[in-house]
Design a protein around this ligand. Sequence first.
Ligand code: RB5
Length: 147
Amino acid sequence: MRIAIGCDHRGLVLKQTVMNQLALQGHGYEDFGTYDSAPVDYPDVARRVAEAVANGHVDLGILTCGTGLGMSMSANKIKGVRAALCHDTFSARMSREHNDANILCLGSWVIGQGVAEDIVKAFLGAKFEGGRHRKRVEKIRELENIG
Ligand code: RB5
């Protein structure tokens, strides 16, 4: 599985934690920045990761910032992206199984390293169930054409 990962300055440490986890678990990842603690604007990084997911360059994305909110709001503006802000393992699993989420967003101010690692594991370990959920996800896609 190929994973794009990105953060702003407030998500930098958590991104490094997640990258270590991905490496240990044998997942390939591509780091879309930011690479140091200098302040950046989260929409710029969210866009790079979201476009990599939307154009099929990677299978899934992970974005971190202070709350995860700005990253999820920004990523969800890109067609084909379903970014899920999850701070518990149940939501992370369900976001894949029911919503076919393709980006996980995490807030470094909200959760600690251990919880974040469990959430990433739950997200990457779950699969879209299809079935009755497929037409609902298709309806999410139709919403992209409104407005
Ligand atoms: C940066 O100060 C902070 O606003 C950002 O990391 C994030 O929490 C935005 O949603």
